[in-house]
Design a protein around this ligand. Structure first.
Ligand code: ZN
Length: 110
């Protein structure tokens, strides 16, 4: 099972949680200060080569969410590439990456 990192953006506390890809949004831990933590990760820099499509597994949703139309409603205008049981958003450039991360409620930090 993959490990997901979460961070509290109020007090900075971090926590690591093991859960399945499809459960990761249900597993959001609560910080000791009472706030909900946010998933906290860096998407690797994919754009050394320009104009090359990339598919982000980190930002992927479960294939069932694509089949039900849920993914398209949550991420309007995003194209998906199915890899195994994941529907991976197609990312063409940095602006795409930021837009998709924002739609998923993820925050990138340095
Ligand atoms: Zn906190």
């Amino acid at each position: 099972m993959p490990m997901y990192k979460f961070k509290c953006w109020d007090c900075g506390e971090e926590e690591e949680v093991f859960c399945s890809v499809s459960d990761r949004e249900m597993q959001t831990p609560k910080c000791s200060c009472g706030k909900l933590m946010k998933q906290n990760f860096n998407v690797p820099n994919l754009f050394h080569q320009t104009d090359r499509e990339r598919y982000s597994k980190a930002l992927a949703v479960d294939i069932s969410q694509l089949e039900s139309g849920e993914a398209q409603r949550a991420m309007p205008g995003v194209e998906f590439k199915v890899i195994g049981d994941l529907a991976c958003p197609v990312i063409r450039n940095r602006a795409d990456k930021r837009r998709i991360m924002k739609m998923r409620g993820f925050v990138e930090y340095e």
